[in-house]
Ligand binder design. Structure first.
Ligand code: AMP
Length: 397
């Protein structure tokens, strides 16, 4: 398991820390925060630096600005008040910090906590531009990466910044993520079940390959299951699938079979003629009429998945079982969510990650009933597949 520097490896007294956080919170049309989880989870590392006598420069992205300057909708001004109130300290937001005559000292003399305006207002951030990362690194003594959800990205503030700063470490949020992901992957308790869903097999090939070496069962739902069902010769009607990944799906099924790992695919699917047609019918997942698409798993599948989940001692879940955003096709995903909670209450260790699965858990107000909710989607999958992430590698001891 990787060794990595942590906050406690440094004395922050009299030092300036530049902390990469993920304050990419959702905003409503009035630019008010609708879910503050990402900020709430990022506070502790900032407090750690301040209470140890250091000063903090906080940097984050927010949304998807064009990358050529200020855009009101994506300004970190939208989170400034909330952040200050959470820290119980004034936070100074500064813009236009990537220029020759810029000096952070002028601001740090006035304030202990500085928030740099949205990193992605500069196209250099996503380009992993060395001049940009050098400018960020030159502002501080110690770099702290506390943005797990972006650790798989090779951006200036997560990646090449490490080249230009001598001292770096992970923050408590990243530390927690690594601890809990390793716990679910490598603890002894068995059976270990992975539940995967969503649309694309392509995103999850590396993860499934890796999980086959670690788990006892893999439950597959959502549109990605269609690719597997079709690869076995099933008729999936008009259901969404990935033509290019049929061979890979077949290879994964064979690999699992050879290793004695059970892969559970849906037996039945709730189908309709289009996503706006709620005249639903349930069909055998291998015999969907040509004018129907599967949009959710059916009752038989739910029952089979339930037995597997309730019998599990470790569970990892990423991806919905159907088009859960549409009420009529959300049942499968929400039922799975309840079974994961039930298993957790019976002593299983559960980890849920990825925007959609976490949204499903939150919609049912069950976030306190899951052992660990990961802030990563892509980062989580990549960490499972490779046992590390590009940006974390650069912080190794
Ligand atoms: P992904 O980005 O691969 O995790 O996919 C997430 C998306 O897959 C969600 O927006 C779901 O609505 C969608 N999805 C899940 N199951 C299906 C399905 N059977 N047909 C179409 N879309 C689906």
């Amino acid at each position: 398991m990787m060794k990595i520097k942590k906050l406690n490896d440094f004395n922050f007294k009299g030092k300036i820390a530049i902390i990469r956080v993920d304050f990419n919170v959702p905003l409503d049309k009035n630019l008010r925060i609708t879910d503050s989880t990402r900020i709430d989870l990022g506070i502790k590392s900032i407090e750690h630096v301040i209470s140890n006598g250091g000063k903090c420069i906080i940097m984050s992205h927010l949304g998807r600005p064009k990358g050529n300057g200020f855009e009101k909708d994506y300004s970190l001004k939208n989170i400034l008040k909330y952040l200050s109130s959470k820290l119980n300290k004034e936070v100074l937001l500064i813009d236009n910090y990537f220029r020759k005559d810029f000096s952070i000292d002028n601001y740090l003399n006035k304030n202990d906590i500085i928030l740099l305006e949205n990193l992605r207002f500069y196209s250099e951030e996503k380009d992993n531009d060395f001049n940009f990362s050098k400018a960020l690194a030159s502002m501080a003594d110690i770099y702290v990466n506390n943005a797990f959800g972006t650790c798989h990205r090779t951006h200036s503030s997560t990646n090449s910044i490490n080249k230009f700063i001598k001292n770096s470490c992970i923050g408590d949020l990243v530390d927690n993520e690594i601890f809990n992901i390793n716990k679910v992957l490598y603890e002894e308790k068995k059976p270990f079940t992975a539940i995967l869903g969503g649309a694309k097999v392509s995103d999850k090939i590396g993860v499934i390959e890796k999980l086959i070496d670690l788990v006892d069962n893999i439950i597959i739902g959502g549109a990605m299951a269609n690719t597997f069902i079709k690869s076995k010769g099933g008729n999936i009607g008009k259901s969404l699938f990935e033509e290019d990944n049929l061979d890979i799906a077949n290879h994964l099924l064979k690999k699992a079979r050879d290793k004695g790992i059970k892969i559970y695919l849906p037996e039945d699917l709730n189908c309709s003629k289009s996503i706006t047609d709620f005249n639903t019918k349930t069909f055998n997942a291998h015999e969907i009429p040509n004018d129907y698409s599967g949009f959710d798993i059916g009752k038989k599948s739910i029952n089979t998945f339930k037995k597997v989940i309730l019998n599990s001692k470790r569970i990892i879940w990423n991806g919905p079982m159907g088009v859960f955003e549409v009420n009529e096709f959300s049942n499968g995903t929400f039922e799975i969510c309840k079974f994961v909670v039930e298993a957790t209450n019976e002593g299983a260790f559960s980890l849920v990650g990825g925007g959609d699965s976490v949204a499903a858990v939150k919609k049912n107000n069950l976030e306190n009933n899951i052992s660990f909710i990961s802030t990563g989607g892509g980062a989580l999958l990549e960490y499972i597949a490779n046992g590390t992430l590009p940006s974390l590698d650069l912080i190794k001891k």
